[in-house]
Every structure is written in C-alpha cells, then in structure tokens.
Design a protein around this ligand. Structure first.
Ligand SMILES: Nc1ncnc2c1ncn2[C@@H]1O[C@H](COP(=O)(O)OP(=O)(O)OP(=O)(O)O)[C@@H](O)[C@H]1O
Length: 498
C-alpha cells in the first residue's frame, strides 16, 4: 500500500511535469506561429524532439549524469526564473576609449528607442533598466556601434539588453530577396537556449511586426536556394556556420550585429568555440560584436578576446553567499538507515516549512524520497533521468509549496535559488570526484546572499570516519563551528529551531 502511494506520487509528479513541459512547447508554437513561418518549423521540431540535455536519456550512467552540464543548468535557470535578479553590487565599466564620456541611463526613455520597442519593453513589465542594462544599453546603442564584452550572473538582464540592441539596429525595410536581408546574427550554445532567446525577441518585438526572426537550429531544414527574408537569425554555431558557408542562406557580409550569448556555456561544448570563431571571421570589420557570459574564467576571457576586437568591458560582480546567518549542525550516524531515522526525529521535533535534502547519488535520492513518502511527507524528487523541462516543473511545484521536501542530487539543484527554504539537509556531504570536500558546493547549498539574508538551518549527516574528515575540513575552510546535534534528544533538537 505504502509502495503504491509512493509509486502513485511519482506518477502524478511526472504527469504534472509532462503536462507543464508540453504547455511550454505549445506556448512556443503559438507565439512562434504569429512571428514567422520558419519559426514555427523550428518549434515544431522542438516538439517532436524534446530536450535531450543532461538526463535526457534514460540509460545514462551516474558518471555522465554528474557531468557539469552548463547548458542544462543554464536552461533550467531560464525556465524557472520569473524575475530579474537585483544585485546591490556595482558595475565595473572598462571603456575602449577612456576619454569618451561614460553614459549610463536610469530610464528606457533616455535611450530614445523606437516607439514600438519601448512599447514592447513596457509590455514585458520592465519599468527601468537593470544594473547591467544601465551601462550596456547606451554603449550598444551608440553610433558608431561599439563592441562589448559583458559579464554578469544569470538573471541580471543580459538577454533583454542585447535583444533590445539587436532590434534597435535592425532596418525592417531591408527585405532583400536573399539572406542578405539579415541584420543580426545571434549565436546560442544549444538548441533549447536558442529557443528561449527567440522567445524574448518575440516578446520584445511584439509591436514591431515588420521584423522577423528565423532559427538556424538543427531540425529547421530549409530547401537549398531558399532566400531568407528575416532580419534576425538566431541559432547554434554548427547550423549557423552551415547556413553561412555551405548553404549560403546567410550572406555574412551583410551582418551588422553579431551576438555571442552564454560564452561560458559555449566553450564548454566541444567544437562550438571553433565554429563561433569561423563565423566571426566571415563578418565585416564594421559589424558590431557583442559577447555575454555569466562567468569570466580565463578560458572565457581568452575566447572573448578572439571574438570581440577592441571591446568595451562591463562586469557585474556576483553577490557573495555567506554562512553568517546560518546555524550549522552535524549528526553522527552509522548507516543510511540511521541517517533516515535521525531525519525523522528532526521532523518529529521541529516544524519545518520546506526543506531541501541533498544526496550524493541518484540511487540514494530515490530511496530516501520513497522512505520519506512512506512516512507521509509530501516529497518532490529531482532526478538525473528527468528532462530539463520536467525538472523545471518539479521546482515550480516545490516553490509554490505543493511539496514540502525536495530531495535532490547535486547536479540537479546546482544554481537554483529557492528562497523560502530555511532548512537544508546534507544527507551526504558534498565531495568532488577525488573525495575531497567540495567547499563551493557546500556554500552554495546552504549559503545565503545579502538579499535573502534570512536565518537558515543546515544539518549535515556524518556516517563514517571519511565523512567526519570531510566535515572537519569544511569547518576549517570556512572557519565556522559546526555543532554536534544529538537527534535522540528531542529537547536538544527543539532548541535548534529557536
Ligand atoms: N529591466 C528589467 N526590469 C524588469 N525585469 C527585467 C528587466 N530586464 C530583464 N528582466 C527580467 O529578468 C529576468 C532575467 O533577465 P534575462 O534573461 O535578460 O537575464 P540574463 O542575465 O540574460 O540571464 P541568463 O544569463 O540566464 O540568460 C527575465 O525574466 C527578464 O524578463
């Protein structure tokens, strides 16, 4: 009976995920259908070929599952994000010509946008430019066009910024009989990410119907000799390169703006870096080059410099997470069953509105979710087999409070901010492939940024000498005491909640 209800819960969860997933695709079809015929073809391809990114195939190994799939993470973030991430950090601007005045704007009106675009911006609910947009927009809209490399964390308004710049530079009257009519070219690292960006273009260009968009992505097969009428092409590097070089659907010499989005994701995918550079080399000298990235490691920086000559550079520092407002405990156990018992005791003693529980493997996560469900908890499970859209649906349900416990592995939850979660349980401590403590992941799981500086509770389950050693190293690294908690003592547990 108990097993049945768990199985049923999973079925329901998956069914909900599927229906939300197909809704998104339907949205795409409807929106794209009004935007351009080629767009519809692309979206239809997406409906018949669902996202097969991380975890897309059922027979993936744990090893593969653990792969740092930045593209999947990035897509997941886009799917679950509903708002701008507002940071209090200052923007750093390095101008190519330090003597030219530095413009920044506090309103969209100051940018003298085309009325149709301003209408689109307001229809999207944007009242004022985000931090990065304040500086990036005047630079991108300047005459003559300026090149830009911009870095800021996911959700700070980069996509909206370059879409606005692209649409501003497009000349809708240029409807040449060939690819020549292309004004902009925007390269995204994966097919699904390209569709997401396309959605933003369609929303922002809602009142600018003369401008059309086409997707250069796998699955959107055009007949040889097709003459593209659309001004904006968005696609992935491989197909984009083919459209320029092999099929000649695009005349690269007519391109005015080249955007390379998600550069950090791009270079993590084999081959994309070279393809992007090959496309860039075909573009005219005066073409405006724009590159965006959420992170800026040396590899990204080296790539950026090859793509964008004479760049202006804008950087927005990430908001640091801290452990200052978190009470941290550890519980000593001997097995996973004991860890589960300890968890039950904690649940029996204190009221936990919502908790996230991290496990090392998919198998443990599945087992734990089943056990918790048997105990009567409303459990959501984020598992490696799920497609990205399904994961987004699970996270949405959890955020809406439909489930109170989210059991997950590291991979699935990386980069997810679930603000209302005040209790985080490390059922397994985070370690890297070599078994060393993964301090960064520890911080990310339980840390809070200044914005969400609410008090939090973190409980670490220790079940061996090895994990005790990991815990000690984490303690040393952060120079923060992690107190021992006796989960057999109800009074002691009650105290931690006060
Ligand atoms: N000026 C603004 N005012 C209000 N909301 C905004 C503004 N600019 C962007 N947004 C919204 O904020 C969210 C994040 O914006 P956007 O996708 O442009 O960020 P991003 O930095 O490109 O993120 P990513 O790196 O994941 O692509 C979106 O929901 C977007 O609609």
């Amino acid at each position: 009976m108990a097993t049945d209800s768990w199985a049923q819960a999973v079925d329901e969860q998956e069914a909900a995920a599927e229906s939300i997933g197909s809704l998104q695709i339907k949205d795409k079809l409807e929106e794209n259908g009004t935007a351009s015929t080629a767009t519809t073809t692309a979206a239809a391809a997406s409906a018949s070929t669902p996202a097969k990114m991380e975890g897309g195939e059922g027979n993936k190994t744990e090893e593969e599952d653990d792969k740092d799939d930045k593209a999947a993470q990035s897509l997941l973030n886009k799917l679950i994000r509903s708002n701008l991430v507002n940071t209090t950090n200052q923007v750093e601007v390095l101008q190519r010509d330090p003597n030219s005045p530095l413009y920044s704007v506090k309103s969209f009106e100051e940018l003298r946008l085309k009325p149709q675009l301003l209408q689109g911006v307001y229809a999207m609910g944007f009242n004022r430019p985000s931090k990065i947009q304040e500086n990036a927009l005047p630079l991108m809209l300047a005459e003559p066009p300026q090149n830009l490399i911009a870095q800021s964390q996911s959700g700070t308004g980069k996509t909206a910024a370059f879409v606005l710049a692209m649409l501003s530079h497009v000349d809708p009257n240029n409807k040449f009989p060939q690819v020549n009519c292309m004004a902009c070219l925007c390269v995204s690292p994966t097919y699904e990410l390209a569709l997401q960006t396309g959605k933003v273009i369609e929303q922002m260009g809602k009142y600018y119907s003369e401008v059309k968009l086409v997707y250069a992505i796998r699955g959107n097969k055009l007949q040889r000799g097709t003459q593209l009428q659309e001004q904006v092409v968005i696609g992935t590097p491989g197909t984009m390169l083919d459209w320029c070089l092999k099929f000649k659907f695009i005349d690269p010499k007519k391109i005015k703006v080249f955007v390379l989005d998600e550069a950090d994701v791009m270079i993590a995918t084999q081959g994309h870096q070279d393809q992007s550079i090959r496309i860039q080399r075909m573009l005219p000298k005066q073409c405006q080059m724009l590159l965006f990235s959420a992170t800026f490691e040396e590899t990204v920086w080296n790539f950026a410099q090859r793509i964008v000559p004479d760049p202006n550079i804008i950087k927005l520092k990430r908001e640091e997470e801290t452990l200052d407002t978190i009470k941290q405990y550890y519980v000593l156990c001997n097995s996973k069953e004991e860890k589960f018992m300890a968890l039950c005791n904690i649940y029996g003693a204190i009221t936990i509105a919502q908790a996230m529980i991290f496990c090392h493997t998919r198998k443990t996560a599945g087992w734990l979710a089943g056990e918790l469900s048997r105990e009567g908890h409303q459990v959501a499970l984020l598992s490696g087999e799920m497609q990205v859209e399904q994961r987004a649906a699970v996270i949405d349900r959890f955020r809406e409070g439909k489930e109170k416990v989210l059991v997950t592995t590291n991979v699935c939850a990386r980069g997810i901010d679930v603000e209302q979660v005040s209790v985080v349980i490390n059922f397994d401590l985070p370690v890297d492939r070599d078994g060393n403590p993964d301090n960064e992941t520890y911080l990310h799981r339980i840390g809070r940024t200044g914005r969400f500086g609410k008090r939090g509770l973190a409980i670490n389950m220790v079940d061996s000498k090895f994990s005790m050693n990991v815990l000690n190293k984490i303690q040393d690294h952060f120079n923060k005491n992690i107190e021992k908690l006796d989960t057999d003592d109800l009074d002691e547990i009650e105290k931690i909640a006060s």
